[in-house]
Ligand binder design. Sequence first.
Ligand SMILES: [Fe+2]
Length: 93
Amino acid sequence: MDYQTCLTVGAAQRVEHYEIAAYGTVCAYADALTHNELSRLLRQTLDEEKQTDELLSSVGIKINEQVASQTTNGGSGRGSNESSTTSSRSNRS
Ligand SMILES: [Fe+2]
C-alpha cells in the first residue's frame, strides 16, 4: 500500500464530510420552510453521502490493516512513493 492511496482516501472522505455538512444544513432549511418534497430529496442525497463516507471508512480500515501488517512483517510500512522520495534526497547530497 502506498501513501498516495492513503492520501486519496483521506481526501475523498474530507469531501464527503463537507457534503454531509452542506446537505444537512439545506435539509434543515427545507424543513424550516416546510418544503417537504425538497427535504425528502435532499435527505436522500444526504443518506447517499453518508453511505459513501462509510464505504471510505471501511477502505481506510483495510489500508491501515495492510500497513500494520507490512510493518510487523519487517517492512517499513511505507509505500513506494516514500522510498523514491528518500532515494531522491540521498542523491542530492
Ligand atoms: Fe459525495
